[in-house]
Design a protein around this ligand. Structure first.
Ligand SMILES: NC(=O)C[C@H](N)C(=O)O
Length: 328
């Protein structure tokens, strides 16, 4: 063989992990409604070597932090021998799994989550296009270093900010400030653009994911019903508070009396929690009472961060520092 002969480029290797969701669902034969049954087939990627795995097949409302930990372990195992990883997942809790992986995984190859809003027997079945887009994104040279990504309807989201914004629409995902990239196809050729450079991020290595963290949802007229019981049985609380992180006055003494970490997120769909109001229950008084602002994380992502930090054995003060410095 001549010495300058270049070996043939090897086929890209993609790990495709199925976990269930509508992308794997069909109407069940007994007429009970949609249930996960058959994982989708990846269309039109002949030159790619695909390894498939199905650690479980769940509707995503059945996902738990334990499943997320199992998925993270499987991705760690597959990543060294693959160029990219795609995870198919139900859309209801997809953002939670994406964020848990974001916090726990430091693999070098891109990890991309996708799902579908319509099932395989519907006319507008969006599974194949989302899966193909996700595979292209996972194997694209500009994708590494961005943490786990979510690809739906051609939009590429990061795990920190993505959220499900519609219960039925095909473009069901959004979040503030929006997609970090976009994938389209010119004929069969993918065209991918990112709108920003990758950023460094902190990862965590919890020894367990069993901490009990509960979410309480604030509303006008809440006088703290359910708070004492939740604070008693949980290891930490997250409150989906009002506006910039404010609560009715009755919550202030309850938070003052809680030793366990209490994180204040907002039920408002965009923007940070900021301790600016000084009336009883205003954000400034809650922080003074020891509550931890969730920055721009929604309540369910703040819950996962708190659960992971508790599982790593961090103290209340260390947890506060992670939230304060946006170390996620
Ligand atoms: N579109 C979907 O995947 C919704 C479904 N309920 C799930 O999350 O499993």
């Amino acid at each position: 063989m001549p010495s300058d002969a270049t070996p043939p480029a090897r086929a890209p290797r993609l790990a495709l992990i199925h976990t269930g969701g509508t992308i794997a669902s069909r109407p069940s034969p007994d007429g009970r409604g949609l249930t996960p049954q058959t994982p989708p087939t990846l269309p039109g990627l002949e030159q790619v070597q695909v390894t498939e795995a199905q650690p479980f097949s769940l509707p995503s409302p059945h996902m738990t932090p334990g499943h997320m930990g199992q998925l993270a372990a499987l991705i760690r195992e597959l990543a060294p021998t693959h160029d990219g990883v795609v995870v198919t997942h139900g859309t209801d809790t997809l953002e939670e799994t994406a964020f848990a992986l974001h916090l726990m995984l430091d693999v070098k190859v891109p990890v991309v989550l996708t799902g579908s809003m319509r099932h395989a027997e519907e006319i507008s079945w969006d599974g194949p296009a989302n899966l193909l887009d996700a595979a292209h994104v996972a194997l694209h040279p500009h994708s590494p270093g961005r943490g786990p990504l979510v690809v739906i309807g051609g939009d590429i989201f990061d795990a920190r900010t993505v959220t499900k914004i519609h219960t039925t629409a095909v473009d069901a995902f959004g979040g503030y400030p929006g997609p970090i990239g976009r994938i389209d196809r010119e004929g069969h050729t993918p065209r991918l653009h990112y709108f920003a450079m990758p950023e460094p991020r902190a990862t965590y290595h919890p020894t367990h994911l069993r901490a009990r963290v509960e979410i309480l949802y604030a509303y006008a007229g809440w006088t703290g019903e359910g708070y004492a019981e939740a604070a008693e049985r949980a290891d930490g609380l997250v409150i989906a508070a009002l506006g910039t992180g404010n609560l009715p006055a009755e919550l202030l003494p309850l938070i003052q009396g809680t030793e366990k970490p209490v994180v204040i997120a907002t039920r408002t769909h965009a923007g940070p929690v900021l301790p600016v109001y000084g009336y009883a229950g205003g954000g400034a008084t809650l922080v003074e009472a020891g509550a931890i602002p969730a920055s721009f994380l929604n309540a369910h992502k703040a819950r996962l961060l708190l659960l992971i930090l508790l599982g790593q054995g961090l103290t209340r003060e260390q947890i506060q520092t992670v939230f304060e410095r946006d170390e996620f």
